[in-house]
Design a protein around this ligand. Structure first.
Ligand code: C2E
Ligand code: MG
Ligand code: MG
Ligand code: MG
Length: 290
């Protein structure tokens, strides 16, 4: 009977599983054409200096304008891209788009503008991204490497892989900036971070939503920010949706904020016109910082 049951269960689940993997295989094949087919897009979400209310940076976020499935977000295709190796080509492309746009923002609006680019752990492993080529590209468009912030996740730092360490060091020596994404969702303590040459720490909403409500939430944030600052690390609060959270973090000494409170991710054109409009950025200051 148990055997019969097992077989039934197998029969029941098999079509479902085949369906799911067939969809993944189809998507993986289509992803290969997405790059050459001009279907990828990069959006830019403003990163605001909390003291001044000014947009000083932006994070590049990839999208896939799929011919039949519509606009897909990274959650729909980055994992597949990692497993098929397509992430290397996609990562190179996003980097170039982001760097070109940063150059434009510097020429038009702010010579200190920085762009942040997300990186998958796969790009740091054997056969991953050729960061030497990235540096050549920056040289070609005459964008200083410190204008680019590479965002990595905590799991990458915990990998303790030789190739990963070598690549992180090479980026640091080239003066590319390093940012730790999603801080507060994993295991890293601020003290652990001292061994890396981190320039920025992005605190996840999960880290502060719990804290901000408590009576000593602000004090705990302030202690963490103070420790990071002592190590030369600046803090970016991401996923900021409420003015209350923004105020708590700003008062705790947090340097930058990013989230729907300020702006959703924008096209390059939209970001350029937002940065070009003084009134608009003062509006942001007013809504955000009062
Ligand atoms: P992330 O790097 O932590 O990026 C922040 C995500 O939060 C983005 O989602 C952004 O649109 C969203 N977000 C921004 N403000 C708010 C807010 O106020 N509230 C909420 N609830 N969400 C907000 P998105 O664009 O869907 O990206 C998801 C993740 O995909 C990113 O998380 C990043 O890990 C990854 N990703 C994005 N672009 C790339 C890329 O070019 N390469 C790689 N390897 N990963 C990427
Ligand atoms: Mg990020
Ligand atoms: Mg994040
Ligand atoms: Mg910062």
């Amino acid at each position: 009977a148990a055997k019969q049951q097992g077989r039934d269960r197998f029969n029941y689940f098999a079509p479902f599983m085949q369906e799911a993997s067939r969809a993944r295989v189809a998507l993986a094949n289509e992803l290969r054409d997405a790059l050459c087919g001009d279907q990828l897009r990069v959006l830019f979400q403003p990163i605001v200096e909390l003291d001044s209310g000014r947009i000083r940076k932006a994070e590049a976020l990839v999208r896939w304008q799929h011919p039949t499935r519509g606009l897909l977000g990274p959650a729909d295709f980055i994992t597949i891209a990692e497993h098929t190796g397509a992430i290397v080509g996609i990562g190179d492309w996003v980097f170039r788009q982001a760097a070109r746009h940063a150059k434009r923002m510097q020429q038009l609006h702010d010579p200190d503008f920085q762009v942040a680019v997300n990186n998958s752990a796969w790009q740091f492993r054997e056969g991953g991204s050729n960061f030497g080529e990235w540096l050549d590209f920056l040289d070609e468009i005459q964008l200083h490497p410190r204008s680019v912030i590479i965002e990595v996740k905590e799991s990458l730092l915990l990998e303790a892989n030789h190739e990963v360490g070598r690549k992180l060091q090479a980026l640091h020596e080239a003066e590319i900036q390093l940012s730790l994404d999603d801080f507060g969702t994993g295991y890293c303590s601020v003290a652990f971070l001292k061994r890396y040459n981190l320039d920025f720490l992005k605190i996840d909403p999960a880290f502060f939503t719990n804290l901000a409500d408590g009576a000593d939430g602000g004090a705990i944030c302030a202690a963490m920010v103070g420790l990071a600052h002592k190590m030369g690390i600046q803090i970016i609060a991401e996923g900021l949706e409420t003015a209350a959270n923004m105020r708590t973090l700003r008062d705790a000494g947090c340097d930058f904020g990013q989230g729907y409170l300020f702006s959703r991710p924008l096209s390059g054109e939209e970001l350029a016109s937002l940065m070009g409009s003084v009134d608009k950025s003062m509006d942001i200051h007013r809504t955000a910082c009062e």
